[in-house]
Design a protein. Structure first.
Length: 488
């Protein structure tokens, strides 16, 4: 029996209705007629999770995949056209947003071009509205709409599907202002842009910073299904999701998409991006394993007692506010050993308002002033709440050194790194806060907090620049020659 053209069209309609991946492979010819499609299991994974959104099994979806993985094309272009046509859902309203409005408009335009194409209209004759047919916004005669907006300017739009594609650019990944703007837009604006409790939010992005939108979702414990596909397989982070999908790879370092990214290409990308870019953009883990600027293996440790010291000093890092999103206040006691090493002796770390900061800084000073350590002075960053602390404690007779920080923290981290790498920073091996300290060092400068690093950088600067200064004390400083390199 020979199939008629109508039969062939019916078969194609049914194949596309059943599978977003099959629809995507056919739509590719319309969208990219001059390029050969390279398909892999990672694209199937993206399609399966988008299908689950269509079927109502997922209403919040976070997908972390490397750049160049067709994420924008599949999610922002092909998926809306699939719901309107093959799935018979032309009433669906889509809002597509990205860190730049032009990127959101690009995907909206391509979606419109696909729906208007001869191939699509022959199979699914969805009629577009004559009075709503622009690049930024278009609709159909069944009340379905596809809109494009910048992520931080979403006022006035609502959708049954809100697609957030790369909320922050790689260039702005370390900008405090951009990260905060993205956080506010995601937590305060985006949730109000959905039509109902059955509406879906889909976030698809590469990781760039621990405080990016993926980091916000993780830290807040939001109920997102998380599809994470690193370029190279990391068995310690093997991904599985609630729809029964799991990463099919078994060998460490196995590539995600060898059909698209060969071993040679990935090696070149890793070299070009460096450790930070590779960790975030390729591995979806925005801090290189073992540390970035600061490697955890570089630190050494003292046990039982400290090595012989020349002087000790308190270093303070203050936070502007005590809100949950703000950094901690940190009080650290450091010493300079007779061998020229920086030795961290004690630390307190809390979120304090200004009056409590003064109280606790005074108590920390008095505690150690009455001990054998007897610090010579207190170094405090001279800005914001630190300035008030300096003024208050100086009036009480505590010797205070105001520390101007005239470099950004990344530059200060690079300045301190060689000293740490040389094994010149000793940490207390048994301190209860040591794990948090090392985790923060490992993730610097992309971690959610860096408050423990700032006073350490001040202390290292003091140890290196003021080696001849002696502690203003007649009390002996405890000594011991036992210290060790800790294997972690």
């Amino acid at each position: 029996m020979q199939l008629t053209e109508a039969d062939l069209l019916a078969v194609e309609r049914e194949l596309c209705r059943r599978s977003l991946a099959d629809f995507a492979k056919r739509a590719w010819v319309v969208l990219e007629p001059a390029a050969k499609l390279k398909w892999g299991w990672a694209l199937d994974a993206i399609c399966l999770h988008l299908e689950a959104v269509t079927e109502g099994r997922i209403t919040r979806l976070l997908m972390n995949v490397p750049p160049g993985s067709m994420k924008s094309l599949l999610t922002g272009v092909i998926w809306p056209a699939w719901e309107w046509g093959p799935r018979g859902m032309p009433e669906m309203r889509f809002v597509g947003t990205a860190h730049e409005e032009q990127l959101a408009i690009r995907d909206s335009r391509r979606c419109r071009d696909l729906i208007k194409s001869e191939w699509y209209q022959r199979l699914w004759p969805v009629q577009l509205s004559a009075d709503l047919d622009g690049k930024r916004e278009f609709g159909n005669t069944r009340k379905g709409v596809r809109q494009a907006r910048a992520f931080t300017s979403m006022t006035g739009v609502r959708g049954d599907r809100v697609i957030l594609d790369d909320p922050i650019s790689a260039d702005n990944a370390n900008s405090e202002a951009k990260l905060e703007a993205a956080r506010i837009a995601f937590t305060e604006t985006l949730p109000t842009r959905v039509n109902s409790d059955k509406s879906a939010i889909v976030v698809i992005m590469q990781r760039l910073n621990e405080r990016d939108t993926s980091g916000v979702i993780k830290d807040m414990g939001l109920p997102y299904v998380h599809l994470c596909i690193p370029m190279r397989f990391d068995p310690t982070r093997k991904c599985s999701t609630s729809i029964g999908w799991e990463d099919p790879r078994t060998e460490e370092g196995e590539l995600m998409f060898p059909e698209r990214f060969s071993e040679e290409q990935v090696c070149e990308l890793e070299k070009t991006l460096g450790s930070y870019g590779t960790a975030g953009q390729l591995q979806q883990n925005p801090s290189p394993r073992g540390g970035g600027i600061l490697k955890t293996a570089w630190f050494r440790y003292w046990t039982t007692a400290v090595p012989p010291l020349e002087w000790t000093e308190v270093f303070v890092d203050t936070a502007q506010k005590d809100g949950e999103e703000n950094d901690y206040c940190v009080l650290q006691l450091w010493g300079r050993s007779t061998a020229g090493q920086g030795v961290l002796l004690d630390q307190r770390r809390e979120k304090w308002e200004a009056p409590d900061l003064v109280t606790n800084a005074r108590a920390f000073w008095n505690k150690h002033k009455a001990s054998a350590f007897n610090p010579r002075r207190m170094g405090v960053e001279d800005k914001v709440s630190g300035t008030g602390l300096i003024q208050t404690l100086r009036r009480e007779g505590i010797p205070i050194l105001g520390i101007p920080r005239d470099k950004d923290k990344v530059s200060r981290g690079h300045d301190a790194a060689p000293f740490i790498e040389s094994g010149n920073v000793l940490l207390p091996a048994d301190a209860p806060w040591l794990s948090d300290f090392l985790a923060e060092a490992e993730k610097f400068p992309n971690g959610a907090h860096d408050d423990q690093m700032d006073p350490m950088f001040d202390a290292i600067d003091a140890v290196q620049r003021r080696p001849s200064e002696k502690p203003a004390t007649a009390n002996p400083v405890p000594t011991v020659s036992h210290f060790a390199r800790r294997v972690r």
